[in-house]
Design a protein around this ligand. Sequence first.
Ligand SMILES: Cc1cc2nc3c(=O)[nH]c(=O)nc-3n(C[C@H](O)[C@H](O)[C@H](O)COP(=O)(O)OP(=O)(O)OC[C@H]3O[C@@H](n4cnc5c(N)ncnc54)[C@H](O)[C@@H]3O)c2cc1C
Ligand SMILES: *[C@@H]1O[C@H](CO)[C@@H](O)[C@H](O)[C@H]1NC(C)=O
Ligand SMILES: *[C@@H]1O[C@H](CO)[C@@H](O)[C@H](O)[C@H]1NC(C)=O
Ligand SMILES: *[C@@H]1O[C@H](CO)[C@@H](O)[C@H](O)[C@H]1NC(C)=O
Length: 553
Amino acid sequence: MADPSVLIVGAGPSGLVLALVLLENGVSVRIIDKEPAHRPGTRGAGVQPRTLELYDILDVLPGIQEVGEPMRPLIARYERGEIEPTAFVTVAEIVQPTPDTPHPNTYFVRQDGHEAALRSYLEKLGCSVELGSELRSLEQSPDHVVAVIEKTDSDGNKTEETTKFDWLVGTDGAHSVVRKLIGVNYLGETKPTYIALGDVVVEAGVDPALWHLWEQPSTFMMLRASGVEDRTMTFFYSGRPEHLAKQNITREEFVEKFYEITGRHDVKFGATPWLSNYRANIRMADNLQVGRVFLAGDAAHCHSPTGGQGLNSGVQDAVNLGWKLALVQKGLASQSILATYTKERLRIIAHMLKFTTELYKASLDRIPGGQKTEDASWDRSGDVQMLGVNYSGSAIILQDAEAVARIQTPYSRRPIESGPVSVQAAFRAPDAPGLVLTGSGDVKTLFSIFSVAAHTVLIFGSEAGCGDRVAEIVEKLPQRVARAVRILPQGETACSSSSCETVFEDRAGHAYTGYGVPFDKLTIVVVRPDGVVGAVVSGAEGVERYFTNIAQV
Ligand SMILES: Cc1cc2nc3c(=O)[nH]c(=O)nc-3n(C[C@H](O)[C@H](O)[C@H](O)COP(=O)(O)OP(=O)(O)OC[C@H]3O[C@@H](n4cnc5c(N)ncnc54)[C@H](O)[C@@H]3O)c2cc1C
Ligand SMILES: *[C@@H]1O[C@H](CO)[C@@H](O)[C@H](O)[C@H]1NC(C)=O
Ligand SMILES: *[C@@H]1O[C@H](CO)[C@@H](O)[C@H](O)[C@H]1NC(C)=O
Ligand SMILES: *[C@@H]1O[C@H](CO)[C@@H](O)[C@H](O)[C@H]1NC(C)=O
């Protein structure tokens, strides 16, 4: 067997998702992690609607939802010593699913369970994480990367391995060795305040399925449901005395502080399976690629946990990079497309750092002895859901004026924070259920039709033969770059054309309504493997132009 093409350094969520995307694309990978065992802890538990959509497209959503639950919309706030909450603070409004947005609410999934679920999907593809394997150094030349990996076995014996790869991706977290080895700057600031946090078993006194909060100007204590049906909760404690702040909290210190701040001696605690210490670091890499080496996830950006964006941004990095790297590795695109990874993602990350820092200042940040002036902000709807993430201005996005003029604002669509209400190039491609495959009668959703391993070219508009040229162009593209999918209006089932491989009837009408496209005119929506609309065009020339930028023909 040939050596794997890509070395993924770090098996957190970013590395695991990247491995899945590359394997689905038929690109071989190795994924290593320096830890001798998988890391415990609830950590990044908020899985945002946009991540749920990407997991739907990646076909891993059931396994993730199984280990979590929808986020609780309320936090109970207490005065010191009171058993009954004095207020309920809204974290997010519960939104009803719509045909175009089937997963509108944040999910709560503890990170260790989330990673285990991703690993089990990876194992189905024949890949497992190599534990106890630490990247020590790397050297690159124009056509490969040589990595030195130190392996430690269960007895602590160390061996060193030197292997050649085509590409290397550092998903090795905020302290990324890869980032240091390629000399990329990590710009930003480190906040002076430390937050103690961990998982604790709550035996009595508060409902473990809810979030509970005790706030004072200079201290903050929260018990947060962990998204699993047991009595484990995550605590956050800010405002620790300066001389203790730098060390990990102990179970005894936590319990003592909890009683001091809350006055709730009726709350009884069991074991603390995970204890940690956290200091907000708000930083981003100034470049995500040097030659054949890339950065993704926390290795590329880190920020306060408020808003729950870290893990989710890492997943988006991974899907954005994954399909581009796969095309290049398979010789189907030129290397220049890889530069769009940095271009597209850095702008999103900069925006995200800005608003998560504002959320952090308004909620978790407590300085011992300090005063808070702003009102605490707990609203976690809007931007944090990431449904408005867009790659406007990217060189590989295309939209022609004629197609745009054809698109109507659909009536079914609720406005999504800063995003548009109708389909638009550079934004997410919405879902639509109830599509009936002509011939077989199978019923599909658009998300189940989209694939991380190919572009999906949606051809809308009643027959008139006008979509045939488009389907021909798509078929002429090198293998598996794109698939043409014709969507016929409700009531039409006959496709006279021989050139379209897959034809669906929009029986429930959701695709035409949700995308706002006319029945009688040709409109083509090219959906990228990362679920982003790459192009909205009115004819074959537009499709040709789009793929000239993407694939090497
Ligand atoms: C308290 C807390 C709450 C959070 N809440 C949220 C939330 O609600 N939503 C959200 O999206 N995010 C949240 N986050 C952030 C989230 O946990 C991180 O953003 C996420 O883990 C980043 O994933 P990653 O895969 O990029 O990196 P990591 O998860 O950090 O994984 C990096 C991996 O690389 C390995 N590694 C490091 N160096 C090497 C090396 N040299 N060789 C081999 N392996 C190496 C490490 O062992 C590690 O397993 C939270 C974080 C904390 C601490
Ligand atoms: C570690 O090295 C010792 C001495 O060479 C050897 O006996 C032992 O089997 C090794 N452990 C493992 C897990 O391979
Ligand atoms: C704190 O705990 C973490 C594990 O949660 C551990 O990795 C780290 O080394 C500890 N730090 C100190 C200073 O003990
Ligand atoms: C696109 O995203 C940026 C943030 O990266 C945001 O500022 C902008 O408003 C978005 N564009 C639209 C049209 O919503």
